[in-house]
Write a protein that binds this ligand. Structure first.
Ligand SMILES: *Cc1c(COP(=O)(O)O)cnc(C)c1O
Length: 372
């Protein structure tokens, strides 16, 4: 089976986890601090706050912005469910914005129109814009950031898949008021479960540190609890794993881009649409996707590829069309035409550090055979 994804774990990672466990210091200590400073330096922000996973990172970020019941948060239609779930979890309402056809990211023009169409009382309820770097593509983030600033709305980047992505030389995760990263095994580097919140804002950083640790004031020398917090602490051995993974990250990012470019070449001059290389942008390629021609039955192609022992999936989710959101807010395909169309045409192909050119040749042949 050619796996869709394999985490890159070597002996150094394993040794660093074991050594850390042996010390007996297991939760949020020196290793977590070291991991945080490596991440803040890499992303280029003042503060990085480690938490249990990216879903917690997103949840706590909205709380740090003061988002609460009946508020409004703009989210894209096409993402992993966390992006919209965290809005629901605080009792706020997600307003779904359709995506742009090339990058699958939130479409800035549709966002701007939607903001303009809100009533005054609705506008007062808007707490944040939560754009996603889908599959590691940072496209549109600068435009969305401009719209956020112009309308005086905070922006939280869901950069779960975008570690290392850049646009106009700015790092994904350094643009929003707060930005969230994931270290789930399906991402480019992993700590098992794990997440980071990046911010330049000292006030948010302090609130987040309290929120992740039972409300404990991070600045007070004597224990003092300033809010009702959660327990979202990362363990020391996960942080040690992350520190070790980061040593390889530049190589990993380069490998993923090389393999993505090789796929692009294999599919060039076919009627398959590949990720569009934009010279001002560095894609992180957490996932490599293709878009099939309109009349092809995507699910059948996926079945045929699986029969050839090629592990594939359908990318990510059309969130407003899932059972929960559909039932709560209704779903009309006409409201999200681009997502409705693309979410039935996308296939995610295997992409990992160990994938060989010959395997990519084989995969592309099998895909092309299906669409002839
Ligand atoms: C993976 C992912 C998340 C969730 O990350 P976890 O660390 O698994 O909680 C959120 N948003 C997006 C876009 C993701 O891809």
């Amino acid at each position: 089976m050619i796996r869709i994804s394999i985490p890159n774990i070597d002996q150094e990672d394993i040794d660093s986890i074991i050594e850390t466990v042996k010390t007996g210091f297991l939760v949020q200590g020196k290793k977590v601090q070291e991991f945080e400073s490596i991440m803040s330096e890499y992303i280029g922000v003042k503060h990085a706050i480690a938490v249990t996973n990216c879903t917690a990172a997103l949840h706590l970020s909205l709380l740090a912005l003061g988002a609460e019941k009946n508020d409004i948060v703009f989210v894209p239609t096409y993402s992993w469910l966390s992006t919209a779930n965290v809005v629901e979890l605080i009792g706020a309402r997600p307003i779904f914005i359709d995506i742009d056809e090339e990058s699958f990211n939130m479409n800035p023009e549709i966002l701007e129109k939607k903001i303009k169409s809100l009533s005054k009382s609705e506008k007062n309820k808007v707490k944040a814009i939560l754009p996603v770097h889908v599959f590691g593509n940072p496209n549109n983030i600068l435009e969305i950031s401009k719209i956020a600033k112009k309308n005086n709305i905070k922006m939280v980047e869901d950069a779960a898949c975008a570690l290392g992505a850049k646009v106009d030389n700015k790092m994904a995760g350094s643009i929003g008021d707060l930005s969230c990263f994931s270290f789930h095994p399906r991402k480019a580097i992993t700590t098992g479960e794990g997440g980071i919140i990046a911010t330049n804002n000292q006030k948010y950083a302090n609130v987040l540190k309290a929120l992740r640790n039972h409300g404990l004031n991070p600045e007070s020398p004597k224990p003092d609890f300033i809010l009702a917090g959660y327990n979202c602490r990362l363990t020391e051995f996960q942080a040690a794993f992350g520190i070790s993974q980061m040593k390889k990250f530049n190589t990993i990012l380069k490998l993923r881009n090389e393999k993505a470019n090789y796929y692009n070449k294999l599919f060039s001059s076919t009627n398959i649409i590949t990720p569009n290389p934009n010279p001002n942008l560095q894609h992180a390629f957490q996932t490599y996707t293709i878009v099939l021609p309109k009349k092809i039955n995507r699910d059948k192609v996926m079945q045929e590829l699986k029969k050839e022992n090629i592990e594939v999936n359908f990318g990510t989710y059309n969130m407003p069309s899932t059972k929960f959101f559909k039932k709560k807010y209704g779903y009309n395909p006409k409201d999200y035409p681009v997502t409705h169309d693309l979410s039935s045409r996308i296939i995610a192909l295997p992409l990992h550090d160990f994938l060989k050119n010959e395997e990519q040749d084989f995969i592309s042949q099998k895909v092309l055979k299906q669409i002839k």
